[in-house]
Design a protein around this ligand. Structure first.
Ligand code: MN
Length: 518
C-alpha cells in the first residue's frame, strides 16, 4: 500500500473558525507561505462563499502557492461550488472540497431532506465540481455518527461522480480510536471503486482524541490527514499537525509511512500562527509548548545530561525549537551576534544589522542573559517595524495606585513631523492607547490584548499581541520589550500602521487630529 500520508492543512479554514482567531488577507498569505515552506501537500485556504474577504484570501493564496495544492471549501450547493472554483482556479494545483451531511440527525434537523434526496445532491454536486477540475474532495459531514451502510452508499456515488479524495469527518469529536479505525476499514472493504480514491480523515478534539483517531485511521488505511497548526479550530480544535507528523515520524516502526513535512519548520510555523491568530499555545502542549522539552526532575536532568535519549524521544532541534540556553550576553560582540542570527535563519546586513545589534546591546543592558528566543523576538520585532509609516519615538507613562495614569507619546509621521500627545486612562496601557488614538483620530475598537513572556525570569521580554477593528476589518500587531507598557504601545502602533496602510482617506483624518508639534 501507498506509504505516503498526505498532510492537508486547514489552519486557514477550520483553524480560523476558532473564536477570536480571525485573520486578515495579508496574515493569511503570510501563514500560507510558511505552511508551504513546512512542506504540507494541501492547504485549505478558506471557504470562498462566506465573504468577500474569504474569497480574496483564497484567490490570493491560490495565485502565490507553487509547491502544494490549494483547496477551497464549498457546501453541496451550486453557488458555493462555482464561487469556490473562481477562487482556486489560479492555483498551480487547485482542489474543490465539497461537503454534504450524512448522519440522520443532520438530515432530519439541519438539511430537512430524505436520504434519497441527499444522495441525488451528492451525485449532482460532486459532478458539478468535477466539471471544473479533476481534483475533487468529498466530505460526508458527521460521518462518524452516520449509518455505515448509508455512508458507504454515499461514498460510492461520490467516487462515481468524480471525487478523488473521500474525507471521513468526525465533525463533532465523538469517535474513539478503535471505533474510528474500524469505520475506515469498513469503508475500504465495502465501497465500490474505493481503491481509486484517497481516504482522508478530519478529526475534532472534543474528547481529546483527534490525534489518536487520526493515527488509528492511518493504521486502517487512511492516506490523508486534515489538521491545523497548534490544533486550533472549531470548539476544542482539530488534529494538531505537529503532533500527528511527529507521531508518524517517531513511531515509524508502528506506522511505516512518511509525510513530506520538513519538521525543522514546525516550531517557527507554530509561533507564527500563534502570534497572528492571538491564540496562545499552552505551556504543556506536546511538541511546541514552552515546556515540551523542559526536564525538571533531578533524575531526568541527570539522565539527559549524560545521554539525551534517556528521557527524550525527540531532539528539540528536529522540530526547530530555538535553544533556550543562554547564548549571548552584554560582552558578546557583533561577530558572535551576527553568526548566531545566521544560525537561526536570519540574514541581516549593513544598516539592518547595525540597528539589530544596537537593540541587542540595549536589551543586554536590561536583561543579563540573552537566549535564542530573545533574539528571535528582537529580530522579528525589527522586521515588523521596518516598513512602518508612523514611528513611535518615545513613550512615557506615570501610574500607580494614588495617581491618575497618564501617558505621553512622541511620534514621527511619514513627512517628518514630530507629534506629541498626552492622555489619561484607567491604566498605563489604556492611557498610552488613548494618546495614540488622539494622533490618528479614527474609530478603533480593541478586540483582543494578550501579554506573554518570551522566556522565564523576572527580566524576560514581554510579547504583546493586539487585535484592533476598524470598519469591519481586523488588524493585528505585535511587539516585544522588557517593559510591557512599551511593548503594548508598539504592538498597537504596528496594528495602526497596517490599518492606515490600507486607508485611502488618511490625509483628511490626520489633518483633523488635534496634534501639537514640536
Ligand atoms: Mn471541522
Amino acid at each position: 500500500m501507498d506509504d505516503h500520508v498526505r498532510i492537508f492543512d486547514t489552519t486557514l479554514r477550520d483553524g480560523e473558525q476558532s473564536p477570536g482567531a480571525t485573520l486578515n488577507v495579508e496574515e493569511k498569505l503570510e501563514i500560507a507561505l510558511q505552511i508551504e515552506r513546512l512542506g504540507v501537500d494541501i492547504i485549505e485556504a478558506g471557504f470562498p462563499i462566506t465573504s468577500q474577504g474569504d474569497f480574496d484570501a483564497v484567490s490570493l493564496i491560490a495565485g502565490q502557492i507553487k509547491n502544494c495544492t490549494v483547496a477551497g471549501l464549498a457546501r453541496g450547493v451550486a453557488a458555493d461550488i462555482d464561487r469556490c472554483w473562481d477562487a482556486v482556479k489560479r492555483a498551480a494545483s487547485p482542489r474543490i472540497h465539497v461537503f454534504i451531511s450524512s448522519s440522520d440527525i443532520h438530515l432530519a434537523h439541519q438539511m430537512r431532506k430524505s436520504r434519497t434526496e441527499v444522495l441525488d445532491m451528492t451525485r449532482a454536486m460532486v459532478a458539478r465540481a468535477a466539471g471544473y477540475l479533476s481534483n475533487v474532495e468529498f466530505s460526508p459531514m458527521d460521518a462518524s455518527r452516520s449509518d455505515p451502510a448509508y455512508l458507504c452508499e454515499m461514498l460510492a456515488i461520490a467516487i462515481e461522480a468524480g471525487a478523488t479524495t473521500l474525507n471521513i469527518p468526525d465533525t463533532v469529536g465523538y469517535a474513539y480510536p478503535e471505533e474510528y479505525g474500524n469505520l475506515i476499514r469498513t469503508i475500504r472493504e465495502r465501497v465500490p471503486g474505493i481503491h481509486r480514491a484517497v481516504i482522508s480523515v478530519h478529526c475534532h478534539d472534543d474528547l481529546g482524541m483527534a490525534v489518536a483517531n487520526s493515527l488509528a485511521a492511518v493504521r486502517a488505511g487512511a492516506r490523508q490527514i486534515e489538521c491545523t497548526i497548534n490544533g486550533i479550530g472549531e470548539r476544542a480544535g482539530n488534529t494538531s499537525l505537529e503532533e500527528v507528523v511527529m507521531g508518524l515520524r517517531t513511531r515509524r516502526d508502528i506506522f511505516g509511512v512518511d509525510t513530506r513535512v520538513d519538521a525543522s519548520q514546525i516550531y517557527r510555523t507554530s509561533r507564527l500562527v500563534s502570534s497572528r491568530t492571538g491564540m496562545v499555545v499552552q505551556p504543556n502542549k506536546a511538541i511546541v509548548g514552552a515546556n515540551a522539552f523542559a526536564h525538571m526532575s533531578g533524575i531526568h536532568q541527570d539522565g539527559v545530561l549524560k545521554e539525551r535519549s534517556t528521557f527524550e524521544i525527540i531532539d528539540p532541534k528536529d522540530v526547530g525549537v530555538a535553544d533556550s540556553a543562554i547564548v549571548l550576553g552584554k560582552l558578546s560582540g557583533r561577530h558572535g551576534f551576527r553568526q548566531r542570527l545566521e544560525e537561526l535563519g536570519y540574514h541581516l546586513d549593513g544598516e539592518d544589522l547595525n540597528r539589530a545589534f544596537l537593540r541587542f546591546k540595549q536589551l543586554a543592558d536590561q536583561k543579563r542573559d540573552i537566549t535564542d528566543r530573545d533574539l528571535e523576538a528582537l529580530v522579528s520585532d525589527q522586521m515588523r517595524t521596518d516598513d512602518e509609516q508612523y514611528r513611535l519615538e518615545h513613550i512615557q507613562v506615570v501610574c500607580g495606585d494614588h495617581i491618575v495614569p497618564t501617558a505621553t507619546i512622541r511620534m514621527l509621521t511619514p513627512d517628518g513631523t514630530v507629534v506629541v500627545q498626552t492622555s489619561t486612562g484607567t491604566g498605563p496601557v489604556d492611557a498610552a492607547y488613548k494618546a495614540i488614538d488622539r494622533v490618528f483620530n479614527l474609530p478603533v475598537r480593541l478586540n483582543e490584548y494578550v501579554v506573554q513572556a518570551v522566556t522565564a525570569g523576572i527580566d524576560a521580554l514581554g510579547e504583546v499581541t493586539v487585535r484592533i477593528q476598524h470598519e469591519g476589518r481586523v488588524y493585528s500587531g505585535q511587539s516585544a520589550n522588557t517593559d510591557v507598557v512599551v511593548a503594548s504601545a508598539r504592538a498597537y502602533m504596528t496594528a495602526m500602521n497596517r490599518l492606515l496602510g490600507q486607508k485611502a482617506d488618511l490625509g483628511a483624518n490626520y489633518a483633523a487630529a488635534q496634534a501639537s508639534t514640536v
